[in-house]
Design a protein around this ligand. Structure first.
Ligand SMILES: [Zn+2]
Length: 189
């Protein structure tokens, strides 16, 4: 069911009134330059940012769930984001463009103490209604968690040192690899 949208805001993403946002089925969306997210930017390959405007497209939707009366229902927020950022390839150390995707539901509880106390038992992520959350800080946390542990080119632009390449490709490597088993089967006989 789509509620006839009440007044669209104005919502303050830096201090979001999450309950009102959910009651109104509020939506916030935007596009951020990666340079505005300093913790994320610190993890990126500097050469990969040269001449390229890396940005994060994000959207947050509020939703009330679970009760007929708004006061008793729970407050949820759906955070989604997409970005392509340059990371450091763990094989060649060059920049590799990697997609980051965030798609996360948060449930709000009254205070940060409650969020911490319930966090281990809850499957969903918890946020506190008060103090009001900074959505962009939440978004940046999620982007940092979405970073791949071992970013790598599928095929690195630089070729590997020729010695390693020829060893791997040597036509007799297959037979060499089989030798221990052949030796074993001879022993068994
Ligand atoms: Zn590489």
């Amino acid at each position: 069911m789509k509620a006839t949208s009440p007044s669209p805001g104005p919502w303050n993403p830096a201090r979001l009134d999450a309950r009102r946002f959910a009651e109104a089925n509020g939506r916030l969306q935007g596009e951020l330059a990666v340079g505005e997210l300093t913790r994320l930017e610190a993890d990126l390959h500097p050469e990969g940012l040269v001449g390229r405007a890396a940005s994060v497209a994000w959207q947050a939707d509020g939703e009330l769930r679970g009760a007929e009366q708004a006061a008793a229902s729970s407050v949820w927020l759906h955070m989604q984001a997409q970005a392509t950022v340059p990371l450091t390839c763990q094989r060649c150390l060059g920049p590799v463009q990697m997609p980051l995707v965030v798609d996360r539901w948060f449930r709000f509880v009254a205070t940060e103490a409650q969020a911490e106390a319930q966090d281990d038992d809850a499957e969903e992520d918890l946020l506190a209604l008060e103090p009001r959350p900074d959505l962009l800080a939440v978004l940046e946390d999620e982007l940092l968690m979405a970073l791949p542990l071992v970013p790598m080119h599928e095929v690195c632009p630089q070729t590997l040192p020729s010695s390693a390449g020829t060893l791997l490709e040597a036509p007799d490597s297959e037979t060499r690899r089989e030798n221990p088993f052949q030796a074993l089967s001879k022993l068994k006989k």
